[in-house]
Design a protein around this ligand. Structure first.
Ligand SMILES: [Zn+2]
Length: 175
């Protein structure tokens, strides 16, 4: 069976001992209007027990280049950073961080796994509390559930980056 694979050096996007995924990828009730269903293109990650409820540092997940920075606080995602990643196999994917309080990078900056790109926050017209919205897409704009990246990183935030490789069960996530 043909098994697409990619390999990246990966670091969690934020502490994954102090945070928890509060909203999954996929269809959900619109948090701004609970009478409507709306597709959630990423995952939401918030502080676990009020600790670090704001301003927790956000890290680049893999080697990459800052592709876009948005500081329009009236936009849906508020302060946002998009990082462009290229896998060892030459596939390109993008990771978007939304609702940030502070941005510490600019377009064109190179990042390593674990480079601090800014802090989580509560900016943008579609944020209802301090959290990170993390979104994974390919170069055609298709979005994917980013949870697999998160799951394949051990729950220890400050360890060195490790290599993750997709497996059979994850092939539907492969870009
Ligand atoms: Zn979200």
């Amino acid at each position: 069976m043909k098994r697409p694979e990619f390999t990246i050096q990966a670091h969690p996007p934020c502490s994954n001992t102090d945070t928890v995924i509060t909203s999954k990828y996929g269809n959900r009730k619109d948090p701004m209007d609970k009478s409507k269903m709306r597709f959630h293109k990423g995952i939401d990650i918030a502080a676990r027990e009020g600790r670090m409820a704001q301003n927790f540092p956000l890290y680049a997940v893999a080697d990459g280049v800052i592709h876009n920075v948005n500081t329009s606080l009236s936009s849906a995602g508020g302060n946002q950073v998009t990082v462009k990643h290229t896998t060892t196999e030459g596939r390109v994917f993008y990771i978007l961080y939304a609702h940030m309080s502070k941005i510490l990078v600019k377009i064109g900056d190179s990042v390593r796994p674990g480079t601090v790109i800014g802090n989580a926050g509560n900016t943008g017209s579609r944020s209802t509390g301090y959290h990170l919205h993390l979104q994974l897409s390919d170069d055609k704009g298709n979005t994917y559930d980013p949870t697999f990246i998160y799951q394949y990183i051990p729950p220890v935030p400050m360890r060195p980056a490790r290599t993750i490789t997709t497996q059979d069960s994850l092939t539907h996530y492969v870009l």
